[in-house]
Every structure is written in structure tokens, then in C-alpha cells.
Write a protein that binds this ligand. Structure first.
Ligand code: UDP
Length: 469
């Protein structure tokens, strides 16, 4: 008899990965799967802490649906987990044996192996080869999930060609040319210096990271599915060129009320929403830069002054570690002025999906993380596109040049995006009716793809059936 489907879902240990993979885990539970979700110990504790504070029933809402398991990531307790190169390399060594043991114990029916035998693995592509190798060794089906744009995955899968065409260096993937290029005529314009591996951290460990990514290409060639958190209408040319990559998005991240959605920080739900409720329709500038972006004090202050200069209500997420050195040096009197006028609100972390869905929100000053990009699109909010690192430069090209649902944040000769520039562009976004029409149309296409008969919905169905078989 076929055992009931039991999926092991493993995200890359970063906020922008845990959130979409946890949503995917919920979607599998909706389709009758038992799910065991493997976080690094460090993130497991953060997710639980944020969950206990945000759901009415403590963490029960999450725990009775999904079995949460923690494994060490190999880093010391106080080490900097924003050092993605080191984290990525250590993880492979430390997480793989623990995950393999978890699967083997579930197959042997050993005590503590709840949920029955694990029958398939759904692993973040960014984990590299080790997770899919474990799936092969333990003879379970496997799928890789790419939580970002298909175009960026296409750039990874095209590394051999980029080397052959002398666009990148074969040793460490660094840029050999400043010219732009396209992977196919209708795909977005790319720059070698903006390829994801060339924009992660300082260049320490670049070669090791690049080798790791090349290993990932071989691994996914052998897995049963490559799922992508995007939709056909957003990246038609890319999906046509890379048919093995299957769109199942946009995953409805952040929409499960009363269930934890994988936040690392506690969202200030009530404060944000009651403040938004008091603002006029389509008046608010929402400003958030995801979980990694960091500012220097000069740019941070310029942004604060820019928001004041806009003269519009604003909701600004200032994460505890947003500014280098963790010291938030606001311009003199800024916070007093904001609170006295009631025109702005600053929070440490927001319930972003709820915020973007709120009728008061008019535009989104965003770092163009892929989750934020999809969340902005599916809530019809135009962007001021202000990328920081990794895949965000390609996402900016989509937003500004391909979909035309946002404007670029452009630095001046001194490298600063000035307050005047911010205020002018926000004003343009507020009054740009054609941009609003385009994002509205895109929202419709995104939501259609998730309905029965829509491409993402049907792809997910097909994947679920294959994993159950
Ligand atoms: N997010 C949130 N509250 C915030 C800021 C971000 O809930 O104040 C969520 C956001 O909705 C998204 C995720 O955190 O789902 C960030 O992922 P993204 O890919 O946009 O950026 P990253 O953090 O990976 O840079």
C-alpha cells in the first residue's frame, strides 16, 4: 500500500525563503500532505518567538498543522548569519547528516519519527546539492523550489553559456564585460556585474560560492521538479526558454490569518493597521526593505527627510538592524515631528501583506526582494524600486522596464539617493494613472493564474499528484 504523502520541506535559512516555503508547506497540508518543516535551530527559535506573540493561540495554530523540526546550521551562537557565503558552506556540512537521519528514522518507524514515513522532499534550490543528494540516497521523490524570479534562476542555469560567451569569469563568475546581454530576445536585459552571485556581500568567498552554485545546476538536473514562485504572465519568455522551470506562484505569502507565516521579527500588526485605517484611500507611502538591506547613516537620514518632504502619510519599516552599527540616527527632531503631526509611522516590522492589501496604501518604496515584488504586484501597488543586492537588480528591471509598474530610485554622483529625488518620484507614482492601470492589470493576471484552470494552480495540482503517486 502507498504510504500517505509526507513531505519534508526545507527552506534556505533566510527570511525571504522561510516565508514562501512555509506558505508552500501550508498549501501541501491543504492538499492532504503531512508536512515536516526543517528550519535551522537559529531560525526555528525566531519563528516560534514571533509566532507566540502574533497568533491568538500561541504557536498552536502553526504546530497543529505543520511539524516543525530544527537542525543546527554549523554556525556558533553569536556568529553573523548575514554572512551568507559562510552560512551556505557550513550548512551543507552540518544539516545534511541530520536531515538524512530524520528521513531514515521516519522510514524505520523509530520513536519520535511522527507523521509516518517521509515520502518526498521539497527543498529550496539555494541549499545546493546536499538536500537533493540526501533525497536520492534515501530514495524519496524530490523537488527544488526557486523562491525568486525565473529569470534569475535562468541566469544560474546559463552559467556554462555565460562562461563560453566571455560574459563571466570561469573561476569565480565575476564580470568580464560591462555590456548588457539577454539570455533570449524577450527576456530582461542583464548585466554581468548584477548577476546574483556578483552582488552578495564583499567578494570574500566568491569563488567558493560560485562553485557551490555550479554544483546546484547538476543537482537540479536530477530532481523530479523545479518549482518557481512566479507566474506565467510575469515571465512568459523565460518560462518558454526554460520549460523545466514550473511556475506555481505567486505564493500567497502572509495571508493565513491566525497561522504563523514564518516571520523572524514580531510584526506590529495592530499599530500598523489601526494607523492605516485612519488614512485616506490611496494616500500612504509604504517603505520597507526586507530582511537584509542595510543603510549607512547618510542615506538613512536622506530617506527620512525625503519622506517628510513628500508631504504624504508614510509607514516606514525600520528593522532593528537596518543601519550599519544598529544605531538609528534619525535627522534631528524627525521622530518628534512625525509623531506630533501624526503623518508618519515608524515600525520595526510590519505585517507586510496586510499592509499592501490595505486600501490606504498608494505606493511601495521597496528593495525589490522577490517576495515583496510579488506581494506589491498582487495587491496592485506601484513601486519606487530601490535594490540592494543579489537578485534585486534583475527584479528592478522587471518592475521598471518590462512590466512598467514602478520607477527607479537613482543615486546622484556622490552615490546618494537624495530627499528631493525621493519626493519627486513618489509624487510621480502617486499621479501616474497609466502605471496604476498596468499594475492593476498585472494583479488580475497573477490572481487568475492561481484560480482553478489557471497555469500556476494547474501546475501545482500536477506536482501534487506526482508527489502522491
Ligand atoms: N516582510 C514583512 N514585514 C516587513 C518587511 C518584510 O512581513 O516589515 C516580509 C515580506 O512580506 C516578504 C519578506 O518579509 O514576504 C521579505 O522577502 P523579500 O524577498 O521581499 O526580501 P528579503 O528579505 O529576502 O530581502
Amino acid at each position: 500500500m502507498t504510504p500517505p504523502p509526507h513531505a519534508l520541506v526545507i527552506p534556505y535559512p533566510a527570511q525571504g525563503h522561510v516565508i514562501p516555503l512555509l506558505e508552500l508547506a501550508h498549501a501541501l497540508v491543504d492538499r492532504g500532505f503531512t508536512v515536516t518543516f526543517v528550519n535551522s535551530e537559529f531560525n526555528h527559535h525566531r519563528v516560534l518567538a514571533a509566532t507566540t506573540d502574533t497568533t491568538k493561540n500561541g504557536s498552536a495554530g502553526l504546530l497543529d498543522r505543520i511539524r516543525l523540526v530544527a537542525v543546527p546550521d554549523g554556525m556558533e551562537p553569536g556568529e553573523d548569519r548575514n554572512n551568507l557565503v559562510r552560512l551556505t558552506l557550513l550548512m551543507a556540512e552540518h544539516m545534511a547528516p541530520r536531515v538524512e537521519d530524520l528521513i531514515s528514522r521516519s522510514h524505520a518507524g523509530t520513536e519520535g519519527a511522527d507523521g509516518g514515513p517521509i515520502t518526498c522532499m521539497v527543498a529550496d534550490y539555494n541549499l545546493g546539492t546536499w538536500a537533493l543528494d540526501v533525497a536520492r540516497r534515501t530514495r524519496i521523490k524530490s523537488a527544488a523550489v526557486w523562491p525568486a524570479s525565473a529569470a534569475v534562476l535562468a541566469s544560474l542555469l546559463s552559467i556554462p553559456k555565460l562562461i563560453q560567451d566571455n560574459i563571466i569569469d570561469s573561476k569565480d563568475g565575476s564580470a568580464l564585460t560591462e555590456d548588457t546581454f539577454k539570455l533570449s530576445p524577450d527576456m530582461p536585459i542583464m548585466r554581468a556585474a548584477h548577476l546574483a552571485w556578483n552582488c552578495i556581500g564583499d567578494h570574500q568567498g566568491q569563488e567558493a560560492l560560485f562553485r557551490y552554485l555550479i554544483g546546484g545546476i547538476r543537482a537540479v538536473e536530477k530532481c523530479d521538479f523545479i518549482l518557481c514562485n512566479s507566474f506565467l504572465g510575469a515571465e512568459e519568455a523565460t518560462f518558454a526558454q526554460f520549460p523545466k522551470v514550473i511556475p506555481i506562484g505567486p505564493l500567497l505569502t502572509g495571508e493565513r490569518r491566525g497561522k504563523a507565516v514564518g516571520h523572524f521579527w514580531r510584526p506590529e500588526d495592530e499599530a500598523c493597521i489601526s494607523w492605516l485605517n485612519a488614512q485616506p484611500t490611496r494616500s500612504v507611502v509604504y517603505v520597507a526593505f526586507g530582511s537584509f538591506t542595510m543603510f549607512d547613516t547618510r542615506q538613512f537620514q536622506e530617506l527620512a527627510l525625503g519622506l517628510e518632504l513628500c508631504g504624504r502619510p508614510f509607514l516606514w519599516v525600520v528593522r532593528p538592524d537596518l543601519v550599519h552599527g544598529d544605531v538609528h540616527d534619525y535627522p534631528q527632531g524627525f521622530l518628534d515631528r512625525v509623531s506630533a503631526s501624526g503623518r508618519g509611522m515608524v515600525v520595526a516590522w510590519s505585517p507586510q501583506q496586510q499592509v499592501l492589501a490595505h486600501p490606504a496604501v498608494a505606493c511601495f518604496v521597496s528593495h525589490c526582494g522577490w517576495n515583496s515584488t510579488m506581494e506589491g504586484v498582487r495587491n496592485r501597488v506601484p513601486f519606487l524600486a530601490w535594490p540592494y543586492f543579489a537578485d534585486q537588480f534583475v527584479n528592478q528591471v522587471y518592475i521598471c522596464d518590462v512590466w512598467k509598474v514602478g520607477l527607479r530610485a537613482q543615486a546622484d554622483e556622490s552615490g546618494v539617493i537624495t530627499k528631493e529625488y525621493i519626493a519627486t518620484r513618489v509624487e510621480e507614482l502617486m499621479s501616474g494613472a497609466s502605471m496604476r492601470d498596468r499594475v492593476e492589470a498585472m494583479k488580475k493576471v497573477a490572481l487568475e493564474s492561481l484560480k482553478e484552470g489557471g497555469s500556476s494552480h494547474d501546475n501545482f495540482d500536477m506536482f501534487v499528484q506526482a508527489m502522491k503517486a
